[in-house]
Ligand binder design. Structure first.
Ligand code: UDP
Length: 494
């Protein structure tokens, strides 16, 4: 007969090896651990594990507060130590990781030693995790860490190819795409990934990965999403026709805070950042008037050309609006080009009166600050959710994949921001910043952002839609574990 240990659900969580998926999935891991009686094994690459340990207290925090409930399983990502691991080589990173992770995961699921695995929660893009789960009879949930609207649109891509709408033939990126539920009159060819307008779409690596993801998600045991019904309900009705078993448990950032507060724990909030946060910007914000500062950050992956970087700086300075700008050391597009620190010093000197430039900010704290009046963002999903939570209107400057779809919803459906499309010359920047911070639409955008902020907070309170959905997820995981425990004991008796 197996020991009692195996009655405790053991969940493997496996994120994409990038900042925001690791952050969201670590928050999910904490939510499961807090529920009690669940053990989480977090599969992380060595490179990211080291970065987490260097820039946060994740190592000691998990050991102290989640002792016996959480462990890191560290694997190589198969890349050379000096590989830049930037999103420009996204396909290379995902494929290299597969070479290591696929056999490793299979071994973990098959192993007869130690704690038996109840289920896996894997990033939706890891199609092989779902195959292995099927092979060994262990349920695999998909966690889509980007926006539900992205998933809703992308699930329609195969149909759009069948209908002949794709690959799009004309050069006009403004052409409307029809037949995507919830996106009529909104979705344009420019919002779809590049392979949708390539001559030979299936020869493109990005196309192969995206199609694999689209086909894998409906095969998952369940689909977990980082959003809330009151925001994404309409697109969820469509997603549920592909994946009926869904759990909307977000925003996980706020959900974790709520569940920690319920337990009256002394645990300090933590960031899961891969870079060290520069907290001096909070002191600077403390000295600024209410809603006077625009926060500018393009996430952890997006890059700029040197020309764009200079246009951003000139446009911000010319606007006369105070700003806090995150300029990561790896901001420049050419993968190996590190930002010249002399240039950064010059830029900082040139805006002492009106702005602050930091290499990485405590973003959630910044957005919640009373001095912040708006957010110029790349429309990454976490940044968008964090802005919604803080009730701050946005300027969207999307570059790729989910960002392109998310900014449409932000500007045209939720009406909590304005879209700058591809215009990043200094005059356009100046105009957009002034418009957001003091233009005629500011009050309307702010009111809408604050409405969604309230709904987001309510969704993660006891009885709210995301709170209830997380309880369902935890109960379903526990049920899976009891069934497995029962089957194991039967086979021992037999
Ligand atoms: N972030 C941060 N400090 C910064 C810039 C970004 O903590 O200076 C965090 C931000 O809070 C968010 C994540 O990095 O959680 C970026 O995720 P998002 O999904 O917005 O974009 P991605 O980096 O995946 O493109």
């Amino acid at each position: 007969m197996d020991n009692g240990e195996n009655a405790v659900p053991n969940v493997i969580i496996f994120p994409l090896p990038l900042q925001s998926p690791v952050n969201s999935m670590l928050k999910l891991a904490e939510l499961l651990c807090l529920a009690g009686g669940v053990h989480v094994t977090f599969l992380i690459t060595e490179h990211n594990h080291q970065r987490l340990l260097r820039s946060t207290d994740a190592g000691s925090r998990f050991e102290r507060y989640y002792l016996g409930k959480f462990s890191f399983e560290v694997i190589s990502d198969g890349l050379r130590e000096d590989h830049p691991r930037s999103a420009e080589d996204y396909e290379g990173i995902v494929n290299s990781l597969q070479g290591v992770a696929e056999p490793h995961l299979r071994e973990m699921l098959r192993s007869e030693r130690g704690r038996k695995v109840t289920c896996v929660i894997a990033e939706a893009v890891f199609g092989y995790a779902f195959e292995i789960g099927k092979e060994v009879g262990i349920p695999v949930f998909a966690f889509e860490t980007v926006s539900p609207c992205y998933l809703g649109v992308y699930l329609c891509i195969p149909k759009l190819f069948e209908e002949g709408q794709l690959p799009s033939k004309g050069e006009d990126l403004e052409t409307l795409v029809t037949g995507v539920p919830g996106m009529e009159g909104l979705l344009k060819v420019r919002d779809l990934p590049h392979f949708c307008r390539a001559k030979d779409p299936w020869a493109e690596e990005s196309g192969k990965l995206i199609m694999a993801e689209i086909h894998a998600v409906p095969k998952a045991h369940g689909l977990i999403l980082n959003s809330f019904e009151e925001l994404d309900g309409p697109i969820m009705a469509h997603i549920r026709t592909h994946c009926p078993n869904t759990y909307m448990i977000g925003p996980v950032q706020q959900h974790l805070k709520t569940r920690l507060a319920e337990r009256e724990t002394t645990m300090p909030p933590s960031s899961n950042s891969f870079w060290r946060e520069d907290k001096t910007c909070i002191q600077w914000l403390d000295e600024q008037p209410e809603e006077s500062v625009i926060y500018v950050s393009f996430g952890s992956q997006n890059t700029l050309t040197m020309a764009e970087l200079m246009e951003v700086w000139h446009g911000l300075v010319a606007s006369g609006v105070r700003f806090l700008w995150v300029l990561r050391p790896n901001t420049l597009r050419a993968a190996k080009e590190v930002l010249d620190q002399n240039l950064v010093r010059e830029l900082k000197k040139g805006c002492l009166e009106c702005g602050r430039i930091v290499s990485w900010a405590p973003q959630e704290e910044v957005l919640a600050h009373r001095a912040i009046g708006g957010f110029w963002t790349h429309s990454g999903w976490n940044s968008t959710l964090e802005s919604i939570l803080a009730g701050k209107p946005m300027i969207c400057w999307a570059q790729y994949v989910d960002q392109l779809v998310t900014r449409r919803l932000v500007s045209e459906v939720w009406r909590i921001g304005v879209d700058m499309e591809d215009r990043c010359d200094r005059l356009s920047v100046e105009k957009m910043v002034k418009e957001l911070m003091m233009g005629s639409r500011r009050q309307e955008l702010k009111k809408s952002a604050q409405k969604f902020s309230k709904l987001a907070r309510e969704s993660v309170n006891n009885g709210g839609s995301s709170y209830t959905s997380l309880d369902h997820l935890i109960n379903d995981i526990r049920k899976l574990s009891s069934i497995k425990h029962f089957q194991n004991n039967l086979s021992c008796i037999g």
